[in-house]
Design a protein around this ligand. Structure first.
Ligand code: TYM
Length: 343
């Protein structure tokens, strides 16, 4: 079976962008592939964070994975920091990562500009190396993510090839390896719709994001019915009369129709037929109802899962054991290929 890995940071609330760009797509994949889904807590400390909140957010995020339909009898669900190999591999990969590759990362440039030099930890720069470790440790074939992670995936591929070239090849074969393939070179799986869910308050230039200052700009998976209704009521629209996809002058319209399409599971054509003659007022009611219908069962399951954290913690423990057994093989092979004395 081909293998798939992906993860979400346990910072802030999980929103519709995380769901439509990533988590929702994991659900189908777990039936066809071997899947590992982690909560990337080590990534969540790259910007100033609240130590009182980290463990709670990590459990919350895990519970949401399950509530959204990740099935622990099919997928391994675990916490990144529970599998030591992630940090260890990161160090080995760091020695092979040109600093220029990291300086080029768009997310690093954006986040460091916002934080100001003195607040930028080294980890913000080396973050993509940890992400590459998350993926390469498991010899992953595919990585389902939203559009914003594409550049990190490209870096991961380049790193895999570089390590295979430097430490793989003939030397590695002599040591009993597969020759040239210490790491599988993974491919991103970016969905055709939903890969870039935009902000509710600026559909042109801002993506929906956990770090946007206004909560009005996003729908969180755990928002109450009232909050959802209120956010949709106040979200940005335009002054055109009917509704349509793909008009570059109408980014908000395209964004909201796409959200509607994805949460109802309808085809684009069906949405066009249904909505083209609606005015904004009517569509906002329809969209609000659809969002509530879709999110309500997730919220109920979430509450159930959170009512018994032993159940959840057992799943995470099992997931970490399974993940470690795969990760340790990759890590050991790399130590050996890089020439370390093994005990
Ligand atoms: P994070 O936590 O920022 O986001 C989690 C996932 O949600 C997607 N996403 C979006 N998709 C569509 N529209 C949006 N507005 C939107 N906002 C976020 C992201 O693309 C992502 O798929 N570095 C990663 C986490 C990570 C990871 C990994 C992912 C660490 N290691 C290994 C895959 C494999 C991140 O910060 O995602």
């Amino acid at each position: 079976k081909k293998r798939i890995v992906s993860g979400v940071q346990p910072t802030g609330s999980i929103h519709l962008g995380n769901y439509l760009g990533a988590i929702k797509n994991w659900i189908d994949l777990q039936n066809t592939y071997e899947t590992l889904f982690f909560i990337v807590d080590l990534h969540a400390i790259t910007l100033p964070y609240d130590t009182q909140q980290l463990s709670k957010s990590t459990r919350d995020t895990a519970a949401l994975y399950l509530a959204c339909g990740v099935d622990s009898s099919k997928a391994s669900v675990f916490v990144q920091s529970h599998v030591r190999a992630h940090v260890e591999l990161m160090w080995l990969l760091s020695s092979t990562t040109p600093i220029g590759w990291l300086n080029r990362m768009i997310q690093f440039k954006e986040k460091s500009r916002k934080a100001g030099d003195e607040n930028v930890g080294v980890a913000l720069l080396t973050y993509p190396v940890l992400m590459a470790s998350d993926i390469l440790l498991y010899q992953s074939d595919f990585v389902p993510v939203g559009e914003d992670q594409k550049q990190h995936l490209e870096l991961t591929r380049e790193l895999a090839e570089r390590v295979n070239y430097l430490y793989g090849g003939r030397k590695w074969k002599k040591l009993g390896g597969r020759g040239g393939a210490l790491f599988k070179v993974p491919e991103p799986l970016i969905p055709p719709t939903g890969a870039r869910v935009m902000s509710l308050t600026d559909g042109l230039s801002k993506v929906m994001s956990k770090s946007a200052p206004s909560d009005q700009s996003r729908i969180n998976l755990l928002d109450s019915k009232d909050a959802i209704a209120n956010k949709i009521k106040r979200c940005k629209t335009d002054s055109f009369t009917s509704l349509e996809f793909d008009n570059p002058e109408r980014p908000e319209c395209n964004n909201l129709l796409s959200v509607y399409q994805l949460i109802t599971g309808k085809t684009k054509q069906e949405v066009v037929e249904e909505c083209k003659d609606m005015n904004w007022g009517t569509f906002k009611t329809v969209l609000t109802d659809a969002l509530i219908d879709h999110l309500n069962p997730i919220q109920i399951r979430y509450a159930e899962i959170m009512s018994d954290t032993t159940y959840l913690d057992n799943i995470l423990a099992e997931g970490a054991t399974k993940a470690s057994s795969i990760a340790d093989v990759t890590l050991n092979n790399l130590y050996q290929a890089m020439g370390f004395l093994r005990r």
